[in-house]
Design a protein around this ligand. Structure first.
Ligand code: ZN
Length: 178
């Protein structure tokens, strides 16, 4: 498997809107496996194709403690949202920053799996937040867009200045990054 390079804010490619996947073929499954590998190596709980500069509607996630429950969502679509709440989020494309974001904590999502079959599932808590965060990526949106302009600019300047010295691993006990 190949470890893919994760784009980092404010890279303009992160603003690309992804297009639907036409077919789950061998090439897409290779991409899925590489994305999962890259997500685990980066210690993230989710990764969108946009973050690895592939502008197709695909995301992977694993919110389990043991990191043994990979989930794949091709052409994901949120069917319903409930229980808006606040959770601290991080992002592999905005390394080192963790901020409160409001999102639905209970959703129903429809997608196609790695096997090419369509499924629907209920997600709550961290997984619900993660799926919405990743779908935002597919729409060219980042969690910093929910912050004040002042805060966002501060993060951008810090990342631009610090491009080569940032730590991408989230330290134990920190909020999840996706
Ligand atoms: Zn992210």
């Amino acid at each position: 498997m190949t470890r893919l390079t994760i784009l980092e804010y404010p890279d303009p490619r992160l603003r690309t809107k992804a297009t639907p996947v036409a077919e789950v073929d061998a090439r897409l499954r290779t991409l899925i496996d590489d994305m999962l590998e890259s997500m685990y190596v980066a210690k993230g709980v989710g990764l969108a194709a946009t973050q690895v500069n592939v502008h197709k509607r695909l995301l992977v996630a694993d919110v389990s403690e043991e990191k043994n429950t990979p989930l794949v969502f091709v052409n994901p679509e949120v069917l319903s949202r409930e229980e808006i709440g606040t959770m601290q989020e991080g992002c592999l494309s905005v390394p080192g920053f963790y901020e409160d974001v409001n999102r639905a904590h209970r959703i129903r999502v429809k997608a196609t799996g790695r096997d090419g079959k369509t499924f629907e599932m209920d997600a709550e808590g961290l997984l619900a937040v993660c799926v919405q965060h990743e779908i935002d990526h597919l729409d060219g949106k980042l969690f910093v867009d929910y912050l004040s302009e002042l805060k966002r600019n501060r993060i951008r300047r810090k990342l631009e200045k610090d491009q080569r010295q940032r730590v991408t691993d989230s330290a134990p006990g920190r909020a999840p990054a996706f």
